[in-house]
Design a protein around this ligand. Structure first.
Ligand SMILES: [Zn+2]
Length: 463
C-alpha cells in the first residue's frame, strides 16, 4: 500500500519552492539560472535551461531529453531521478510538508547517497568507495563520508546534502584525510587534492586519490603517505597554492617523493574553479604528468609554532595552549651568556607568574633582583602568540579553510583564572637568600633552575 496525496494540493504547496525542491532531488541550483547549461542527464554545453517561472512550476527544458515543453516540476523530478509518478509525488509532498490523505506506509526511501552524487556530479559508486552512507543530521538526510586520522582510523565525518557545502562533525571534525576505501600503500602514487568531491572526481578518472578536508595537511597526517609518491594537486587559488607548499614540506621526508601538479587554469585570489568541470579530462591528466618536484620556498621560513585549532570546546583549547605555554622558554641573560634558557612562565600559589629582574633603589650596585610577578593579561596574550599559532576554521567559497586568530578574550581569561596548571612548572618561591645573589642574579637563577632542590628558588615536581 502506498501513501495517497492530492496532486493539486502538492503542486499548490510546491509553487514558489521548486528550486530548492529540485536541489534536494539532486539538480544543481547553478544550472537553474535561466541560461543555457549542460544537461544534468545527458551532458552537452548549453542544451539545458530553466524556465523563467521554474520557481513557480518546476519546469525545465533540455533540447535532447524533452521532445516537448516540460512545464511541470513533477515530470522534472521523474526525469531527473527515474522515480515513478507516485514516488515523485511523495517526495515533493514530504519536501513541502503535505500530509497523505490515505495510507501510512512509506513506499520509497530516498537514496541520499545517490541523490548527493547526482547533485555534485560524481559517480555514485565512487562516492560509496569513499565510504558514504545514508544517515540523518538534525533529522535531515545526509550522505556521511568518513574522515581518517593519522593512524588510518575513521575519527570524523563529513555530511553532504544535495545543496550546500557540506558540514563536518562538530568540533575537531575537519582534520584528517578522505580516503577511497584503502589506506595509501608504500610504493604507490597518490594524488592529494582538496575536498572529498575533487578526490572522488579523480578516483572516477582512475587515479588513486586522497582528499584533504582543508587546503593544507597537518604534519601528523604525513605518516599515512609513508613511502608513497605523492602528487599534490591544489585548487587554483592562493590559499590552495600556499597550503600545497606547506603540505609538501610536511611530506618531504616521509613520502618517497613529493610533486606538485599545476592544474590548467589561472590562480585566482580565492574561489578557484572546479578544474575538472571546466577543463577537459585530458588537460588534467597532462597537468598531473607534468607535476614538478616540491621545493622549499623562501616564504616557508620556519614558523614552527604548533598550530592550535580554536573550537567550541574551550576547556580543551585552553589545555592545549597551556601545554605549549609550559614549554615556552626565555634566555637567561647573564655575564656569561651561553644561550641557556629557563621557563618563561611559572605557577606560584595557583597563579601564573613570571620572573622579572627589578632594580632595587637602595641597591648601589648596577644590578637587579629577580622578582616573582603575576602574569597580567596583556603578557598572557603575548606569551600565547609566542607559544602557538591559533587558527580557526571558516567556511569560504573554497570550502573549509583555516584563518589565523588573535588570542580571544575567553582564552586569556581562562588561562589566567584557571588555578590548576598541570603543564606549567611550579615555582615555590624565591627566598630571602636571593639577595645574597643579587650581584649575580641571572646566574643565580640559572643555577636554581638547573638544580630544582636549590633553597633559593624552589620548584616542586616536574611539569
Ligand atoms: Zn538532457
Amino acid at each position: 500500500m502506498s501513501n495517497q496525496f492530492e496532486v493539486e494540493e502538492v503542486k499548490r504547496a510546491a509553487n514558489g519552492q521548486w528550486v530548492s525542491i529540485l536541489a534536494e532531488a539532486g539538480l544543481p541550483t547553478e544550472l537553474l539560472d535561466g541560461r543555457g547549461q549542460p544537461c544534468p542527464k545527458c551532458g552537452g554545453t548549453d542544451r539545458f535551461s530553466a524556465f523563467r517561472d521554474t520557481e513557480e512550476t518546476g519546469g525545465v527544458m533540455c533540447r535532447q531529453c524533452f521532445s516537448e515543453r516540460n512545464g511541470d516540476g513533477l515530470s522534472t523530478i521523474q526525469w531527473l531521478t527515474g522515480w515513478s509518478f507516485p514516488e515523485s509525488l511523495q517526495f515533493v509532498a514530504e519536501q513541502v510538508g503535505v500530509q497523505p490523505t490515505a495510507g501510512v506506509t512509506t513506499c520509497r526511501e530516498v537514496d541520499i547517497v545517490a541523490t548527493v552524487a547526482r547533485a555534485k556530479r560524481m559517480p555514485v559508486e565512487v562516492l560509496r568507495q569513499f565510504g558514504a552512507e545514508s544517515t540523518k543530521r538534525r533529522g535531515k538526510p545526509v550522505a556521511r563520508v568518513p574522515v581518517y586520522n593519522e593512524d588510518g582510523q575513521q575519527h570524523s565525518y563529513f555530511d553532504l546534502t544535495p545543496d550546500g557545502k557540506g558540514l563536518f562533525r562538530k568540533g575537531k571534525g575537519s582534520a584528517g584525510v578522505f580516503l577511497p576505501g584503502q589506506l595509501p600503500k608504500r610504493g604507490e602514487t597518490r594524488l592529494l587534492v582538496e575536498g572529498c568531491k575533487d578526490a572522488a572526481a579523480f578516483v572516477g578518472l582512475g587515479f588513486k586519490a586522497a582528499g584533504l578536508p582543508r587546503n593544507e595537511m597537518e604534519a601528523k597526517y604525513a605518516q599515512l603517505f609513508e613511502g608513497c609518491d605523492v602528487i599534490i594537486a591544489p585548487d587554483l587559488d592562493s590559499a590552495g597554492m600556499t597550503g600545497a607548499q606547506k603540505t609538501g614540506g610536511r611530506l618531504k621526508w616521509i613520502a618517497a617523493s613529493v610533486r606538485i601538479a599545476r592544474l590548467p587554469g589561472e590562480v585566482v585570489k580565492s574561489g578557484g574553479q572546479d578544474v575538472l568541470a571546466k577543463d577537459g579530462e585530458q588537460a588534467v591528466r597532462t597537468a598531473i604528468e607534468a607535476a614538478i618536484p616540491w621545493e622549499p620556498s623562501s616564504s616557508d621560513a620556519d614558523d614552527d609554532r604548533p598550530e592550535v585549532l580554536i573550537t567550541f570546546d574551550e576547556a580543551e583549547v585552553a589545555t592545549e595552549v597551556l601545554k605549549h605555554l609550559g614549554g615556552l622558554t626565555c634566555p637567561i641573560s647573564s655575564p656569561v651568556s651561553d644561550g641557556a634558557e629557563r621557563p618563561a612562565i611559572f605557577e606560584h600559589c595557583g597563579k601564573l607568574v613570571h620572573i622579572v629582574n627589578e632594580r632595587s633603589p637602595e641597591n648601589s650596585l648596577d644590578d637587579s633582583v629577580p622578582q616573582i610577578q603575576p602574569l597580567e593579561k596583556p603578557i598572557i596574550r603575548e606569551r600565547i602568540t609566542q607559544a602557538v599559532r591559533l587558527v580557526e576554521e571558516t567556511n569560504s567559497k573554497d570550502g573549509t579553510i583555516l584563518v589565523p586568530k588573535r588570542p580571544p578574550d575567553w582564552l586569556t581569561q581562562s588561562i589566567q583564572k584557571r588555578g590548576n596548571y598541570k603543564y606549567i612548572r611550579r615555582l615555590e618561591g624565591i627566598t630571602g637568600a636571593a639577595t645574597r645573589w643579587q650581584c649575580d642574579s641571572e646566574a643565580w637563577l640559572r643555577r636554581a633552575v638547573r638544580n630544582p632542590v636549590s633553597t633559593e628558588l624552589c620548584f616542586s615536581g616536574d611539569p
